[in-house]
Design a protein around this ligand. Structure first.
Ligand code: HEC
Length: 220
């Protein structure tokens, strides 16, 4: 388990620089093995299958003014530039881009795959939530990007309930951490309502930049 300061540093690394991300990956090799979805996952899958979460208030529609994408929390998520095959806002926060014909950027598709492999078991299909864990498509409307990263890196345990709900720490799991931005932008696209449920039908090709960055993270 890594502490919060490390998580924050890692979050900053991932957000700002590919090289820093590669270094983080190297550091991870010497630490504890990847956190496994342990007892919590078992709890979520044994017995009753997690049903869809009780209806939650739909997130407020993002302000469409001037073609901008603004979240409930005031964050402007309008795609501004591309780096390493991923879209970023003017403030360098990862975001998604969907063409008029519904084609999604590759990172958003990658996020769909990683979410389905690593998070779905507890958080339900398509970011919709389950009886065990919250609907992340809604969480990303209010949590900011850095807080999202911190929770995924360090985990979270709600000590105020007797339900013993556990969000595992994924900071040393490269299958999650190398794709954390992709998972974030996928959930964002789901949450603002631009991406329908299920496997996205049309996606852009994987770029060489994306592949290079992925390899440096996974092999680092
Ligand atoms: C073993 C089950 C489990 C798995 C697997 C899991 N989570 Fe969670 N997660 C939880 C639970 C339970 C909570 C609620 C914890 C709490 O409130 O203390 C949670 C909370 C969160 C939160 C905070 C949400 C909020 O609104 O405060 C985020 C963000 C999150 N998870 C992201 C992820 C991501 C991303 C993945 C996949 C990489 C993932 N989780 C995989 C169980 C899980």
């Amino acid at each position: 388990m890594i502490n919060r300061t490390t998580a924050r540093l890692m979050a900053i690394c991932v957000a700002c620089a590919t090289t820093a991300m590669a270094q983080t990956a190297v550091a991870q090799d010497n630490t504890t093995p990847p956190a496994q979805a342990g007892a919590g996952a078992a709890a979520a899958t044994s017995g009753e299958a997690p049903a869809a979460a009780p209806a939650q208030p739909a997130p407020a529609a993002p302000a469409a003014a001037g073609g901008k994408l603004v979240l409930q929390n005031g964050q402007d998520m309008t795609p501004d530039h591309m780096e390493n095959g991923r879209w970023y806002t003017a403030e360098d926060i990862p975001t998604f881009k969907i063409a008029e014909d519904g084609t999604i950027d590759y990172a958003t598709f990658s996020g769909y795959r990683r979410y389905s492999a690593e998070c779905h078991v507890c958080h339900g299909p398509d970011g919709e939530g389950s009886t065990y864990a919250p609907a992340l498509k809604n969480s990303v409307q209010t949590l900011d990007y850095y807080k999202f990263q911190e929770i995924v890196a360090s985990g979270k345990q709600d000590v105020n309930t007797s339900a013993n709900l556990v969000m595992p720490a994924f900071g040393t799991n490269k299958n999650v951490w190398c794709y954390i931005d992709d998972i974030y932008v996928y959930l964002l696209a789901r949450g603002v309502g631009d991406l329908p449920r299920g496997r996205p039908a049309k996606k852009e090709a994987k770029s060489d930049d994306f592949t290079a960055q992925e390899n440096s993270c996974m092999e680092g």
